[in-house]
Design a protein around this ligand. Structure first.
Ligand SMILES: [Zn+2]
Length: 82
């Protein structure tokens, strides 16, 4: 079983579909069992979809930074998560 940290490290690759099918299945099984990561993946996907419909230069770096900061807080609260 992957840890949340490992999943987050691969999040970009996962969303870009830049992983092997086997690894993708591993990531997905973690996402399905881990509500924290599910929320992060879902939120990131939606954010990406919104920005994909916009000018490329409109994608602010702060969005991903804010997301990672929010997540770091969550993980600090929930150390028991996998
Ligand atoms: Zn997780």
């Amino acid at each position: 079983m992957l840890t949340c940290k490992e999943l987050l490290a691969e999040l970009n690759a996962y969303l870009d579909e830049d992983t092997t099918p086997d690894y993708r299945a591993e990531l997905e099984s973690h996402i399905n069992e881990c509500p924290n990561c599910w929320v992060v993946v879902d939120t990131t996907k939606k954010t990406l979809q919104v920005y994909k419909g916009m000018e490329p230069q409109a994608v602010p770096d702060v969005v991903s930074k804010r997301l990672m900061a929010a997540l770091a807080r969550k993980m600090a609260e929930k150390k028991a998560c996998h």
